[in-house]
Write a protein that binds this ligand. Structure first.
Ligand code: ADP
Length: 264
């Protein structure tokens, strides 16, 4: 709380009253803290791949490595890290745009069943490579939404399912009518699960349960933050249930009709 005390003088210049202004600055402070943390996080996330790229190119330029295999390994690392940098920057830009509502959603009628089917089709090679099964339980459902953004939501959730589910596990995607105005999408996996204390935090930017594992799977730590923003900007909601060692289930409740806020 911030307090300002203003004396109120009478005609003879005597203080006969004081005005006390109490301003609640906790919210402002909290926003400030979040912004500082965000900048620190971004800097750290960017520095890691840049340091790797810089280090390995310098070593290659030294000319001291004659072994062709080692040179190739170094180049592969540089390639992987620049890829990561690219993903990180485009995720960050996406998130900022969605957050500032700068990017107006491009509404159209979307056949969600075929959107999900085609998304899964493009991800199938990766799913098979990871020796995971995927099941679809999809009803015919139409919504008014930004098709590209919804596709991004499905990609991010299924990608996480793949990244955090060991071999022989499975992912199930369900789509059905929830009630008159809303539909429901579920993405459930039989993966490693999320500890209970982490559950409230996983939609935060850069929050990861296991940093090393996320990095290994190519994650940026922004996937779920983007998902949440897209869903909420459509007037929907998302929540997660999970048990360590058993798996996780992400549930989206999504309006069938265009959300009022974008009516104008
Ligand atoms: P990342 O790029 O690290 O996957 P996300 O924002 O997509 O970032 O997810 C945040 C964190 O939530 C992940 O690092 C991981 O710890 C956890 N997580 C997300 N999805 C799953 C899942 N399906 N199973 C287990 N953990 C998950």
């Amino acid at each position: 709380l911030d307090a300002n005390v203003v004396p109120i003088l009478d005609s003879s210049g005597e203080i006969n009253n004081v005005l006390v202004l109490l301003i609640d600055i906790t919210k402002i402070k909290r926003l400030e803290k979040m912004r500082t943390e965000f900048v620190a996080n971004v800097s750290h996330e960017l520095r890691t791949p840049i340091t790797a790229v810089k280090g390995f190119t310098e070593t290659l330029l030294d000319g001291t490595i004659n072994d062709e295999d080692t040179r190739r390994t170094f180049l592969q690392i540089i390639h992987k890290e620049s890829d990561r940098l690219h993903r990180l920057i485009s995720d960050l830009l996406d998130l900022t745009k969605i957050e500032q509502n700068k990017e107006i959603l491009n509404f159209s009628k979307v056949d969600l069943k075929s959107l999900i089917q085609s998304t899964i089709a493009t991800m199938r090679p990766q799913i098979e490579k990871n020796k995971i099964s995927i099941y679809e339980e999809l009803d015919e459902v139409q919504v008014e939404a930004d098709e590209d953004r919804l596709r991004q939501v499905m990609i991010n959730l299924i990608n996480n399912g793949i990244a955090y589910t060991p071999e022989n596990g499975s992912i199930t995607v369900r789509l059905y009518q929830h009630n008159k105005d809303f539909i429901k999408i579920e993405v459930e996996d039989t993966g490693i699960g999320i500890p209970e204390k982490s559950l409230p935090r996983i939609f935060e930017r850069f929050y990861r349960v296991d940093k090393a594992r996320s990095r290994e799977s190519g994650g940026t730590g922004l996937g779920l933050a983007i998902v949440k923003h897209i869903i909420e900007s459509h007037g929907g909601s998302i929540h997660v249930e999970s048990r360590v060692g058993k798996g996780s289930k992400f549930t989206i409740i999504f309006p069938k009709k265009k959300y009022d806020i974008y009516e104008t």
